[in-house]
Ligand binder design. Structure first.
Ligand SMILES: NC(=O)N[C@@H](CC(=O)O)C(=O)O
Ligand SMILES: [Zn+2]
Ligand SMILES: [Zn+2]
Length: 440
């Protein structure tokens, strides 16, 4: 991009099908805003990005990302995580609070926000902790974090469950008055002592301590009731069981203001993967049975589960390449989410790209309260765009990803769809290798 083009910041995205529908059009972007859509637009002074025949969607929003800064910059930084996000088509991510130190105060949440802004590859929204030090005992200063420069909109002790019912109740009451969202990692800790895998035939056969579905479901049910009584919203992180789906259905039917996300790995993988004892498959909540994955896919399709969130959880190789029960739970997700969703839902003919934009962009932006993300691809709207090449077969290699860590469970898997280009307010934040050079 020439200096002149960088300065006047005009871009012409050529030949894309908006939401994969209708004829190909060109999209003109000036100063970060979509200013014209139509066939055969003149380049004039704009930088041309030719993506003929590809699919344009609103940039994705991830409500659940772990960026590891501060504290574990050897596994991911705000910069490397932003690069991974952009490479996955994301234009906004929520960075979880379980850093070291914990993001339980405004100094840290503001600093995460500022670093993300200065990196400029993706909007990084800090998540604030619900309780001091994620210890579940004393509420953090949620009001201060919400009022700070980072304008914290989501609070979560993710990694841990806010398990004390009175603490969760107060957090929900407080969140309702602040207009923020509590996102719960639903895990009754008294049911998961020592647990490393889904409690079922596979864990029994492999001799792994089991994590029962009820550990998740009992908290989902409890929190739905607490949210109802507090007149608060509650969001369920990484829903993983068929029973959680039934509870969400019930709670929504009662008018409870409850939303939920599902991860790509709980949609596509199951606990048959554990046969090799490879620590890369250890994750919280654990990979469940194929019947759970199927129920989650249907729930996402039907809207019972609202959106996809990655739970991108980078870990160092020495923390993963060890005995299964010793491996840290968590797997990479940002750079493989779209290809997985495309394979499961679009390539199978179950859903269209319009639906993908709903579960990966519009719904998460609405739930999180982002006014400038998840917007329609229309004139006058912010130019946050993910361009998908739906005919580009590629194979996942851990060292081919942008993340600093390599703990992807999809190594060697082949996908048909790839994010070719990501645009954040008119700036190209990602361009896949071998993609046509930009020219004037
Ligand atoms: N998902 C995981 O297994 N791990 C997450 C924490 C979490 O999301 O619970 C992590 O921070 O590594
Ligand atoms: Zn969690
Ligand atoms: Zn998480």
């Amino acid at each position: 991009m020439t200096q002149q083009n960088a300065d006047n910041n005009s871009l012409l995205l050529k030949g894309v099908r908006l939401y994969g529908e209708g004829d190909a059009v060109d999209v003109r972007i000036d100063a970060g805003v979509i200013t014209e859509i139509g066939p055969g637009l003149a380049a004039e002074d704009a930088t041309v990005v030719d993506r003929s025949g590809q699919v344009a969607l609103p940039g994705f929003v991830d409500m659940h990302t772990h960026l590891r800064e501060p504290g574990r910059e050897d596994t991911e930084t705000i910069e490397s995580g932003s690069r991974a996000a952009a490479s996955g088509g994301y234009t906004a991510v929520f960075a979880m609070a379980n850093t070291q130190p914990v993001a339980d105060n405004q100094t840290i949440t503001d600093s995460v926000y500022r670093i993300g802004r200065d990196v400029g590859l993706c909007d990084v929204h800090p998540v604030g902790a619900v309780t001091v030090g994620l210890e579940g005992a004393q509420l953090a200063e949620m009001g201060q974090m919400a009022a700070g420069e980072g304008k914290v909109k989501i609070f979560s002790d993710d990694g841990k469950c806010v398990h004390e019912p009175m603490i969760m109740r107060r957090a929900l009451e407080y969140s309702a008055s602040l207009g923020v969202l509590i996102a719960q990692h639903a895990e009754e800790p008294r049911l998961t002592v020592g647990a490393v895998a889904h409690e079922g035939p596979n864990a029994a056969r492999l001799g792994l301590a089991g994590w029962p579905r009820a550990a998740e479901e009992s908290i989902v049910a409890r929190d739905a009731l607490l949210a109802r009584d507090a007149g608060a919203r509650v969001h369920i992180c990484h829903a993983s069981t068929a029973g959680t789906v039934e509870l969400l259905k019930w709670a929504k039917a009662q008018g409870v203001d409850i939303t939920a996300e599902v991860t790509p790995h709980h949609l596509i993988l199951d606990d048959s993967k554990l046969d090799t004892y490879d620590g890369v498959f250890r994750v919280n909540p654990p990979l469940r049975e194929s019947s759970d994955a199927e129920a989650l896919r249907r729930a996402l399709k039907d809207g019972v589960v609202d959106c996809v969130a990655t739970d991108h959880a980078p870990h160092a190789s020495q923390e993963k390449c060890c005995e299964f029960a010793q491996a840290r739970p968590g797997m990479l997700g940002l750079e493989t989410a779209l290809p997985i969703v495309a394979q499961l839902f679009v390539e199978s003919g179950e859903c269209d790209w319009r639906w993908v934009s709903r579960v990966m962009s519009e719904r998460p932006a609405q739930i999180a309260g982002l006014a400038d993300q998840g917007r329609p691809l229309e004139v006058g709207e912010p130019a946050n765009i993910a361009v998908i090449d739906d005919k580009r077969e590629w194979t996942v290699t851990p060292d081919g990803l942008q993340s600093l860590s390599e703990n992807t469970p999809y190594a060697g898997m082949t996908f048909q769809a790839a994010v070719s280009t990501t645009i954040l307010r008119g700036k190209v934040t990602h361009q896949r290798e071998n993609e046509g050079e930009q020219n004037r």
